[in-house]
Design a binder for this molecule. Structure first.
Ligand SMILES: [Zn+2]
Length: 148
């Protein structure tokens, strides 16, 4: 009996750990061949990035497809010297940094669109430029507005 308990422990603990890891730190969407690792942070950030990715998926198939294609890691730790918003470093071409969710899921999703735009620039060896990426974020926000 004791032996069975021991084997159950060996099996159950990694399963529980795996389930926790999956629920917190992975966005897996087999039907769209999408897998993104969400790197945890100790920063105060009130919206879950996983929720933001799902929000983007529901609100824009086009922008979501770009995120899936060009980004494999979303790092929530501050980088690039910025305190707010997000940033992108060409030395880590498939990683985007989202420093602050700004308590607004639509703005947070627009931030994903903006940083994905930089990832596309970085991966095609273009000069990183803000203009097109602010435009992409703004166009995304326009597209999800409820028009009167
Ligand atoms: Zn930018």
């Amino acid at each position: 009996m004791k032996k069975i308990g021991k084997y159950l422990g060996i099996l159950v603990i990694p399963l529980l750990f795996g389930a926790f890891f999956y629920s917190q730190f992975l966005h897996i969407d087999i039907s769209n061949s999408c897998a993104i690792f969400l790197m945890p942070t100790f920063q105060p950030s009130n919206l879950s990035t996983k929720e933001t990715v799902s929000f983007l998926q529901k609100s824009s198939a086009t922008e979501y497809a770009k995120l899936c294609k060009h980004v494999s890691v979303i790092n929530k730790n501050a980088a690039c010297g910025g305190l707010d918003g997000g940033c992108y470093q060409p030395s880590q071409p498939k990683t985007i940094f989202i420093g602050n969710d700004q308590n607004n899921i639509a703005l947070a999703a627009a931030l994903l669109v903006h940083e994905t735009c930089h990832a596309i620039q970085g991966q095609s060896n273009e000069t990183l430029s803000e203009g097109p990426c602010y435009k992409a974020g703004a166009e995304y926000l326009q597209s999800i507005l409820i028009k009167p």
